[in-house]
Design a protein around this ligand. Sequence first.
Ligand code: PAF
Length: 269
Amino acid sequence: MHEARDSIDQTFGLVPTMGYLHEGHLSLVRRARAENDVCVAWIFVNPTQFTPGEDFERYPRDEDRDTRLLEAEGVDILFVPSVEEIYPPGFSTVVEVRGIITEHLEGQFRPGHFRGVTTVVSKFFHIMQPDRAYFGQKDAQQVAVIKKLVRELDFGIEIVVCPTVREPDGLAMSSRNAYLERSERKAATVLYRALSAAEQLFRQGGRRGGALRTAMTNILATQPQARPDYVSVADPETLDELDLVTGRALASLAVYIGPTRLIDNVVLE
Ligand code: PAF
């Protein structure tokens, strides 16, 4: 594959996914197609990024539908490896970005999650050697971690971040939205409403991290089905929590709606 690529000097755009595709994923595919000669997608529900007791077993999967969608979008290569192909028996290598950036927020509630992400992403980057890789802003901390990984290990891959795609009522698209029952689906709009409250306060001049977090917490408190893991206003690159916002800030949250854990964020700028 790489020989062919080198000889004809084509650019490769990679769209990494765990499948059960929605418009958010498809927006990454469209961008990758527009910006590269060859668009490669992978579908792999990566077991090592799920913590014990999480939803690895029941994570939604529909390979036939995903394949049809990717074909319709004109993806050139689809890679759907098995767990054994990626992690053969005895596999013991990890790639880890250490520090606050992986310990805070998602890292605090999902220990080992980012180690699983950076290990599998490194492996796929080596296998496919793309010029660009496309990720959604919805997973803002993942994006920050992968950018640091690529920089520090000199992968030489451009990380392209695409905007979060939302349902008409503001809910960020996510494969896990499939878990929501009807009343939970309605309740889930509280995440974006909370983020919008922070945005509004920011637009009105609010710069204190505490006040911005309180604005979000107050909205979440109006929804009895919502149980927050965290509400954060942090530096978008380092993920350090901010007392005072002097430049850009990432307002983010993780909230259980019933048994389903959802994340979302907006950049305040
Ligand atoms: O964002 C995801 O779907 C996953 O974390 C990724 C990047 C495909 C790695 O498994």
